[in-house]
Design a protein around this ligand. Structure first.
Ligand SMILES: [Zn+2]
Length: 239
């Protein structure tokens, strides 16, 4: 079930029905247990996948690349059912607070699409605000050094796909956990998820080029195939 990526990093593909259909989560080995990165959406199938892992491995903590539904989905469940401490970025916590307030979220969405002349929202939109309704156990911020398993990583703020998106970089092994910032098979969705009037593409392009500063021999994405050297994919400049 776990696929070895490096000596200490393992990949767990968490599958579910709908949207992307799967999320790549990672487990990083440490002397006090494994650090889990991201969870998949909240549903029965993903819970079963994780139950299997949680029953067989000691998970020391959970950390999130960003707070989209398919990455944070089971975080509250990890905390409540398995007493696993959850770590989120300070920016991510702000997004969680927005995600909790379903009414305000929907109102923002409605007025955004109205302003831009798009047909109204469908009446039935899945309510997953409950996944945001918990208090994380700790926070990290831009450029923080964080320890995942036994390995030190730098938290690199990479807005665009999400305003609270982070990549985690380990310099010694030149490994980058890229989340949904760079995917092998498609361009990440650069969207207005919370219905705010922002320009996420303007954030995305410079934060994509920023990764050129971090030589990587292995890039571990949130969906799809693992990538090698990112510098072959990220070229050019942005003005
Ligand atoms: Zn995702």
């Amino acid at each position: 079930m776990l696929k070895k990526m490096t000596e200490d990093i393992f990949q767990l593909v968490v599958r579910f029905k709908g949207s992307m259909g799967e999320v790549n989560c990672y487990l990083i080995k440490g002397k006090n247990g494994y650090t889990a990165v991201d969870t998949g959406i909240y549903d029965t199938e993903t819970k079963e996948t994780w139950q299997n892992v949680l029953d067989n491995y000691h998970i020391e903590k959970l950390i999130l690349t960003h707070t989209h539904e398919d990455h944070i989905g089971l975080a509250k469940w990890f905390q409540e059912e398995y007493a696993v401490p959850v770590f989120v970025s300070k920016r991510g916590y702000k997004e969680m607070l927005k995600g909790r307030d379903r009414k305000a979220h929907m109102d923002r969405m409605k007025s955004l699409i109205k302003r831009h002349g798009t047909p109204p929202l469908p009446l039935k939109i899945k309510d997953f605000s409950f996944i945001y309704d918990f208090e994380p156990d700790g926070y990290f911020d831009d450029f923080d050094q964080i320890v995942l398993g036994n390995l030190p990583f730098q938290a690199i703020w990479t807005p665009g796909h999400a305003p609270d998106h982070y990549c985690f970089y380990n310099k010694q092994e030149e490994v980058m956990i890229v989340g949904d910032h760079v995917l092998e098979h498609l361009s990440p969705v650069i969207g207005l998820w919370m219905g705010e009037e922002l320009n996420p593409l303007k954030d995305y392009l410079p934060s994509l080029l920023e990764l050129q500063q971090y030589p990587s021999r292995l890039a571990l994405p949130g969906h799809g195939k693992v990538m090698g050297d990112l510098s072959e994919r990220i070229t050019g400049t942005y003005n």
